[in-house]
Design a protein around this ligand. Structure first.
Ligand code: XIL
Length: 394
């Protein structure tokens, strides 16, 4: 359904806004020959995992990927956006999808103008990047990488291990724990190795905890084992020792049982020498129930005191319909407070979960809410945008 919808937007946008010739000052992105270093060796004891040449097919879909070539015809970046009012060099990110980057002119234009970092909204979700046991599909991902390159943006890899957006075949597997470990190790190694040097920050673990602060008994927890968090971090580190590795969570911005559990988890991992460098706070917030800035500051301080970075990784502030001028002002204040808390904790990354109110997961997941982002449905700056502008300017 969503793909169809996006496809239609793509077609409509193509008709409505013919592409403009790229600026002569920007050379088209190079399309490198990608040869992944394969560090996980297929194990003959588990033929069902690596059947028919397994890993070696990993690149074959990329070769047929036509999308990223379209990036060459995308408008060059304009200046004067939020990313340019940023003397501190904060990574100001947005999540993006490749279809919209290619097909919706206002979307790609705003993404490149306002942000200097892209987060992979869905391109690295297991079902998309690893759709068959023996096949990876880097098509959407490489399109995003090409867009980032043309527009001088960084890319942050999210997420490596999550219980959602998994392909059916993962649920159909019936195999010993060792084979599950090989499967997850291979998945992590393929992705992290492939983008090493171009994408060196990862949310390795996404959403491991319940509201009560216990571990979610996900498919990974049950089959790889309760040690899957530690193993995943170690495998990611082995695949790219330069990479900064994060655990990413939601509803952990205040002091509460879940953030206490996250703190205890981080403390335990660090005490045992597990490579963990930061904590991502998603911040999918509600306008009528914002976090308490004092608690957020205190919370960030305790993670900093462990030697960890903090980052705001998926911020949006959903407003119960209808959005009024008062609610939009309140939303702006919440954005301001969270950016200030982030900067006070020396964070270097602040990401919003979508380019504009016209392209947000809130439309589908929380239809009673609206206007969660910095730009409105017409890609015009909202009060929230100007609040961040104020905080960022010297
Ligand atoms: C969401 C995407 O925005 C949607 O397009 C997709 O259908 C579902 O996932 N927490 C996360 C993100 O870690 O990966 C989720 O992204 C939003 C909640």
């Amino acid at each position: 359904m969503m793909l169809l919808g996006v496809g239609m937007i793509f077609l409509m946008a193509c008709q409505a806004t013919p592409p403009v010739a790229p600026s002569p000052t920007l050379s088209p992105p190079s399309v490198p020959t990608l040869t992944p270093t394969l560090t996980a060796t297929p194990d003959p004891r588990y033929p069902w995992l690596f059947g028919r040449g397994g890993h070696l097919l990993a690149n074959s879909l990329t070769d047929k990927c036509l999308y990223r070539r379209g990036i060459r015809s995308i408008y060059p970046k304009e200046s004067g956006g939020l990313r340019d009012v940023n003397p501190g060099g904060l990574w100001l990110g947005t999540s993006v999808g490749a279809y919209a980057l290619l097909g919706v002119h206002d979307y790609s234009r705003a993404a490149a103008r306002e942000y200097n970092l892209l987060a992979t909204e869905n391109a690295l979700k297991f079902a998309i990047v690893h759709p068959y046991p023996e096949r990876y599909n880097f098509c959407e991902m490489d399109t995003i990488m090409a867009f980032a390159r043309v527009n001088q943006m960084a890319v942050r890899g999210v997420p490596l291990v999550w219980e959602q957006q998994l392909p059916e075949w993962v649920f159909e597997l019936s195999m010993p724990q060792e084979a599950w470990q090989l499967l997850l190790q291979d998945h992590i190694t393929q992705l992290v190795t492939r983008y090493a040097g171009r994408m060196d920050e990862w949310d390795v673990i996404n959403e491991p905890l319940t509201e009560e602060g216990t571990f979610k008994e996900t498919i990974w927890y049950q089959n790889v084992g309760p040690e899957y968090i530690e193993l995943a971090l170690r495998w990611a580190h082995a695949a790219n020792p330069q990479a900064k590795l994060f655990i990413n969570e939601f509803a952990t911005e205040n002091l509460n049982p879940k953030s206490d559990a996250l703190y205890a988890l981080a403390q335990d991992l660090l005490a045992r020498g597990v490579p963990l460098h930061g904590i991502g706070f998603q911040m999918h917030l509600l306008e009528f129930n914002p976090p308490d800035p004092a608690q957020v500051a205190e919370n960030f301080r305790r993670f900093n005191a462990l030697g960890l970075e903090v980052a705001i990784t998926e911020m949006d502030v959903r407003i119960w319909k209808p959005a009024t001028p008062e609610k939009l002002e309140h939303e702006a204040e919440i954005y301001r407070n969270m950016l200030e808390a982030c900067l006070a904790a020396n964070c270097d990354t602040f990401i919003v979960w979508g380019v504009s109110d016209a392209n947000t997961w809130i439309q589908y997941f929380y239809p009673d809410y609206e206007m969660p982002l910095l730009l409105d449905e017409d890609y015009q700056p909202k009060a929230a945008y100007w609040a961040l502008w104020d905080v960022l300017q010297p």
